[in-house]
Ligand binder design. Structure first.
Ligand code: BDR
Ligand code: CA
Length: 310
């Protein structure tokens, strides 16, 4: 089984990604690391612990990470994920487990050192934890098998979700993303170009009726689906983070190609933009695998089957 650390800012689709990854039984979770993002870190931590409790997985440890971006001020996404980050779906849950004491970037470094060449990082929030880890231990890039990042957009000009050309995870800490992209690690960017082709609709959710996570999935996605209805006219939830986990489970879901990709950190109009040099105008070595195509139908089917457990 593939050894992974999942880095989250839980978040509705982060919660779905956690459940999907765990229920797939195809990934060995060394741990889950948390980061400020969709909601402040305290909420991310408790949401993550609650989701693990729902899954009955008290064997998976949660390592708290960065409370704020490297340089910029934090911005959150309450409009998309609800006032608590998971659509208030687990309000009644009393936590039975605590966080681990180790700081997430240190846990990432230690795990990569221990499992050299074998560890995959799945990053579905702002990249602050990994940037901090790389600053502390630059050899980390060479110790990792690969880094799969949910973030950015490369050919959907004007169709970002934080700024016209910027996606939330990169926009939330563009300086961190820049460090990760230039680290030398094998990075794959699962961008809005493909995640916006994978919506979990209300019809999909209704097929889960009677299964373990039906109530949670329906309630947690409620605010998100309303938001999507207003913005995209779809009563559904984009599976950004689950698709990123999906790529760790099965590479066939995505078609990738390597290009030079950089991150804008200066312009207020384009802060957090991921710029892919398709024509190699900058004459730089390719550094990021971008996603050109997705088997959206195949992926959503696999996601639904995997989380529809008794
Ligand atoms: C990304 O931003 C967050 O709102 C989601 O959890 C996802 O990781 C999509 O832009
Ligand atoms: Ca996320």
């Amino acid at each position: 089984m593939r050894k992974v650390i999942l880095d989250v800012d839980t978040g509705v689709d982060d919660a779905l990604a956690i459940l999907y990854g765990l229920e797939s039984k195809q990934l060995e979770f060394l741990g889950i690391t948390t980061v400020n993002g969709n909601v402040p870190l305290d909420m991310v931590n408790s949401n993550t612990l609650k989701v693990l409790q729902l899954a009955g997985r008290d064997d998976v440890k949660v390592y708290p990470g960065a409370e704020s971006p490297l340089i910029r001020e934090a911005e959150h996404e309450f409009m998309v994920h609800g006032t608590d980050g998971i659509g208030n779906a687990l309000d009644d849950v009393t936590l039975e487990k605590e966080l681990d004491n180790q700081f997430a970037p240190d846990f990432i470094i230690e795990s990569a050192r221990r499992h050299r060449g074998e560890l995959t990082l799945i990053m579905v929030g702002p990249l602050t934890n990994l940037a901090l880890a790389l600053k502390k231990e630059p050899r980390l890039a060479g110790w990792l098998d690969e880094v799969i990042v949910m973030g950015g957009l490369v050919s959907l000009a004007g169709k970002g979700n934080s700024l016209p050309n910027s996606e939330f995870n990169i926009y939330a800490d563009a300086e961190a993303a820049r460090i990760v992209f230039h680290s030398g690690a094998e990075v794959t960017l699962v961008s809005l170009d493909v995640t916006h082709q994978t919506f979990l609709t209300i019809d999909h959710i209704e097929t889960m009726k009677g299964t373990k996570y039906y109530n949670f999935v329906k309630q947690s996605t409620d605010v998100f689906r309303n938001f999507s209805m207003q913005r995209y006219n779809i009563n559904g939830c984009a599976l950004h983070d689950p698709l990123t986990v999906g790529f760790a489970i099965d590479k066939e879901f995505l078609e990738t190609e390597k290009y030079f990709v950089d991150v804008e950190t200066v312009s207020p109009l384009g802060y957090g933009q991921t710029i892919c040099d398709f024509r190699n105008l900058w004459k730089k070595e390719p550094n990021v695998n971008i996603c050109l195509n997705v088997d959206g139908e195949g992926f959503v089917k696999h996601f639904l089957e995997t989380i529809s457990v008794d």
